[in-house]
Design a protein around this ligand. Structure first.
Ligand SMILES: Nc1ncnc2c1ncn2[C@@H]1O[C@H](COP(=O)(O)OP(=O)(O)OP(=O)(O)O)[C@@H](O)[C@H]1O
Length: 574
């Protein structure tokens, strides 16, 4: 029987994902906790062994009508049961504690790597980028820590139980003598062999019948996630869909996706039915089978009633622990999938961090000038969109970047900000100066309006009066009573209002260098004029680099850089 994915590569990948935590600053605490959990696991098995021995004592006493012994055995059972309960509770409780601490550590580390050096942005620039990094961090890390502990501790418990109860069963079995023609065949520990054969046949049949379930359950999760995701997309794009009247098309898509959920579940049901037929039959036989097998020794009075019941219990424990692998079959398959996904994510991050960093061509100098020399910008597929750009902008100057759609205007801003890795040349920026980049669609985080206006957080303390004054200047004063209101502001505010929020941020942050990527595209021309005039009046020393299509922007800038998208460019002083 080949268990899912238990090959060398999988074990190596699992070890790579695991070792960091166990070598981290938390290693002593985690190691101590793990040692306690393992001790509790072993104690648990030991209590099972004691309970098994107790069966012998108790039923023998019953058979011999030994009242005193029966009551003494009952007292012993109460004690064993009390220990059993305590160990059962704490072994789970402490395992969950270790699991959440491990997950907390891994989540912190993955979040850090994902956010560092704009990895979350750069990840999507590679060709085979990891899908849903958010799911890797939220879901897969949870499953990874859970499965790793559950399966490794489960394996330990199964092995220790197996060894302990095989020893007990071996002792209880004695030697069975089978007449064989004129000879006699003496089989030592025959119950052990019977238990192994019984468990192997059972697990093999379970495996045969249940094998497709692992894949079916895996697919079910994927189909459920696809269905849920399509519903979320409708919620997120409700307005566009309503304008297009796309309900019928959306409904067809939902029904088709749910069809996959239904069909797959139907197959799971059929398979589960076969498995339940077998498992219930097998379970019922397991109650009586060990008794039947041990009965010859009972009738020859080699063992008493207690020995018979102890044998039956030991038999079922041996069989349970042998079934561990098959019962964990689908969990192992899911564990493998989780390890594969996380390893893919880690490799992807590694790949991206090896990409040339645009920030390596950026250096700082004390002069208040932004100087671009021989800058080439490419697309990820190697196509060149800008060739040999030379440019110099003094503090307080203004530059408009124009050109047809797709000619690389935004990509130039990305390169200047250090986000775009496919560039060569040199960019010198003034040392110690503050920079602010405004994208076309402002990001509005979830939270209060005040948090949104101050995003990503002010470098100095800002009073409400200051915020309200900036709101008034940007024609957002009607919102001033809602500074403490928590909302999904990107859903509530119009695109133009969201762009004006970005200008409030500019007035509050007062950057020395301001880069705007079509930051007024959703505004009417008079409002655009108000905002640019405001910038010129209030931030006279700020250099402004704007990207835009509108001719109205010409009058607010001194220089104009035009890109043609084929690599050529021209610079005009207006
Ligand atoms: N992440 C990316 N991966 C691959 N190609 C990209 C990526 N981002 C941008 N591009 C490509 O780079 C080219 C330039 O895009 P860019 O956004 O800079 O154009 P633009 O001049 O700002 O366009 P617009 O005026 O329409 O906003 C386009 O052909 C675009 O498809």
């Amino acid at each position: 029987m080949c268990l899912p994915g238990l090959n060398r590569k999988f074990l190596q990948d699992t070890w790579h994902l695991t070792r960091e935590y166990w070598r981290s600053e938390e290693k002593w605490r985690a190691g101590g906790l793990l040692a306690v959990i393992i001790t509790l696991n072993l104690t648990y098995v030991y209590i099972l062994v004691l309970i098994n021995t107790w069966f012998n004592r108790f039923y023998n006493a019953l058979q011999n009508f030994d009242k005193e012994e029966v009551f003494s055995a009952l007292g012993e059972f109460c004690l064993l049961a009390a220990f059993y309960i305590i160990v059962a509770v704490y072994q789970l409780y402490l395992r969950q504690m270790l699991e959440i601490k491990w997950r907390q550590w891994m989540t912190g580390k993955y979040l850090n790597v994902w956010l560092k050096d704009q990895m979350y942005y750069r990840l999507q620039l590679t060709e085979n980028y990891t899908d849903n990094p958010d799911q890797r961090i939220s879901e897969d890390l949870r499953l990874f820590t859970n499965y790793t502990l559950q399966l490794s501790l489960g394996l330990l418990k199964a092995v220790v139980t197996l060894v302990s109860f095989i020893a007990i069963l071996w002792q209880l079995s004695g030697t069975l003598v089978i007449p064989f023609g004129n000879h006699q065949l003496a089989v030592s520990g025959y119950m052990v062999w019977v238990a192994i054969v019984y468990a192997v046949i059972g697990t093999w049949l379970t495996h045969k019948i249940g094998k497709p379930l692992a894949q079916l359950n895996f697919d079910q999760q994927r189909y459920e996630a696809d269905f849920r995701f399509s519903l979320v997309r409708l919620r997120e794009n409700s307005e566009s869909i309503a304008f297009y009247g796309g309900e019928a098309r959306e409904e067809r898509a939902f029904i088709s996706r749910f069809g996959k959920v239904f069909d797959n579940y139907w197959q799971i049901m059929q398979r589960q039915k076969h498995l339940t037929w077998f498992a219930s039959g097998y379970g019922q036989i397991a109650i009586i089978f060990p008794l039947v097998v041990a009965m010859p020794r009972y009738f020859t009075k080699e063992i008493q009633l207690g020995g018979l019941l102890q044998t039956s219990q030991a038999f079922s424990k041996v069989q349970d622990s042998l079934s561990f692998f098959v019962e964990s079959y689908s969990t192992l398959a899911e564990w493998k999938a989780v390890v594969d996904r996380l390893t893919g994510f880690v490799c992807n991050i590694q790949q991206v961090s090896e990409l040339p960093q645009s920030s390596t061509i950026i250096r700082t100098e004390p002069a208040p000038v932004l100087a671009v020399n021989q800058l080439d910008i490419d697309l990820p597929d190697g196509r060149r969109i800008l060739s040999g750009l030379n440019l110099s902008i003094q503090a307080g100057e203004s530059l408009l970047v124009a050109g047809p759609s797709g000619s690389g205007k935004s990509t130039l801003l990305r390169t200047l900000s250090g986000l775009w890795p496919y560039a060569q040349g040199s960019i010198v920026i003034p040392e110690g100066h503050s920079f602010l980049f405004l994208p076309q669609k402002s990001y509005l985080p979830l939270g209060t309006l005040r948090d949104t206006l101050l995003y990503p957080g002010p470098k100095r303390s800002v009073t409400d009066e200051e915020i309200m004054a900036a709101m008034l200047l940007c024609k957002l004063d009607w919102l001033k009573g809602q500074l403490d209101k928590i909302e999904d502001w990107s859903r509530v505010l119009s695109l133009g209002e969201q762009q004006r929020i970005a200008f409030v941020r500019v007035l509050i942050h007062q950057p020395e260098w301001l880069f705007m990527d079509e930051a007024t595209s959703a505004l009417d021309e008079p409002t655009e004029r108000v905002l640019y005039t405001l910038l010129r009046e209030r931030l006279a020393g700020t250099a402004m680099i704007s990207v835009g299509h509108r001719n109205t922007l010409n009058s607010y800038h001194k220089k104009k850089l035009t890109l043609d998208g084929a690599g050529r460019w021209s610079l005009l002083t207006m």
